[in-house]
Design a protein around this ligand. Structure first.
Ligand code: N2P
Length: 357
């Protein structure tokens, strides 16, 4: 009998131990519950001091992870391993995530600072009521170049990228929509084209660009261009602005055939645990002083009207980074082409990358 009692007690102790271990594991995997907020943002896309300020003001601890493409971000969020409370996708990704039920509706009554957003950036077609997404930054895609290293080229046309004098001189941002879209634009097609012949034509043309392409890179593109490691780069406007802050000899231009106009918005993924904290964070980022500080730090264009008024005139008045509606009219926003077409774009981009090896 004694033996039985001892065995029974041992089993109970082991079971309790296992329950405790499971609880510990759970709470470390579910760190986004309670007083923490898990943010998933593009690399180099926030002033780190603002994260500290938010932590101090809210008493919420921020856990921060970064991504370098909408595609990588969507894959991770749909796999569901980590419960992210905030993410910052671009428009076509927002529309796709909405369709896939990966986002949750926002409570606008918790976002009083939404009043500071320029109405021009509200009610856009990918989220007409801003029910799921709140503007963060916006911009264009264009070319940064070193005027002394490119002869007479001024990149009024994308075709100039193919000039022989640019052998091994071009850096491309590592984005499927960006590079395939640029190939399509250079042929006079839309960057949302889904016609297979046009897509094949674009890949064929891009393949011919290969001798000029030095590398396809992520955020390091800024450092490489600022240090004049290459003469030309295909970059997002905010990166261009940061590069030109470092090296003011460089220029930024958006070729005339057209390019991409993009909008990155804050969202709360469906799997978020700290929904209240996520609203607090969005409202914090919408505060004019916070948004102005963030825009000055990262170099991207703010959609926050009140923040824009706080920025120095040399930033807010710079038409290259704050193009007016007339200028943006010739640009195109990426459409959500559907999961199948998006993977096709990814495959074509991979095909182009493989050709370089
Ligand atoms: C910041 C990347 C900005 C993404 N490093 C443009 N959609």
């Amino acid at each position: 009998m004694k033996q039985l009692v001892r065995t029974f007690l041992l089993v109970v102790i082991a079971a309790l131990g296992m329950m405790y271990a499971a609880k510990m594991l759970n709470s470390s995997a579910g760190y986004s519950s309670g007083n923490t907020l898990t943010i998933y943002n593009w690399g180099d896309y926030i002033d780190p001091d603002l994260i500290k300020q938010f932590e101090q003001e809210s008493g919420i601890k921020v856990i921060y992870q970064t991504f370098d493409s909408n595609e990588a971000m969507m894959t991770k969020i749909s796999q569901g391993g980590t419960a992210f409370d905030i993410s910052i996708p671009s428009e076509y990704a927002i529309s796709k995530m909405k369709e896939e039920n990966l986002l949750q509706k926002l409570d606008h009554s918790k976002l009083p600072n939404l009043q500071y957003i320029d109405p021009r950036f509200m009610h856009l077609s990918f989220d007409p009521d801003n029910a799921y997404s709140i503007p963060y930054f916006w911009g264009t895609l264009g070319i940064v170049y070193h005027p002394d290293l490119v002869g007479d080229l001024t990149f009024e046309s994308w075709d100039e990228l193919w000039s022989e004098q640019l052998r091994n001189q071009i850096l491309l941002v590592d984005g499927a929509r960006e590079v395939i879209g640029m190939g399509l634009n250079s042929l006079g097609y839309s960057l949302n084209d889904t016609n297979e012949e046009h897509l094949q034509e674009a890949v064929k043309k891009l393949t011919k660009l290969t001798p000029n392409v030095k590398a396809i890179v992520g955020d390091e593109i800024k450092m490489l261009l600022a240090n004049e490691e290459a003469a030309v780069g295909l970059v997002w406007s905010g990166d261009a602005s940061e590069i030109m802050d470092e090296n003011d000899v460089l220029e930024y231009t958006v070729p005339e055939e057209g390019s991409n106009l993009w909008f990155d918005n804050m969202v709360i993924p469906a799997s978020a645990r700290n929904v209240e904290g996520a609203h607090q964070f969005i409202n914090f980022m919408l505060d004019p002083e916070v948004a102005a500080q963030n825009a000055e730090y990262v170099g991207y264009s703010t959609p926050n009207k009140a923040a824009l008024e706080l920025l120095p005139e040399d930033i807010s008045g710079d038409e290259r980074f704050y193009p007016d509606e007339e200028l943006t009219a010739r640009l195109e926003v990426y459409n959500n082409l559907g999961a199948k077409m998006l993977s096709h774009y990814n495959e074509l981009f991979l095909q182009f990358k493989m050709h370089r090896k």
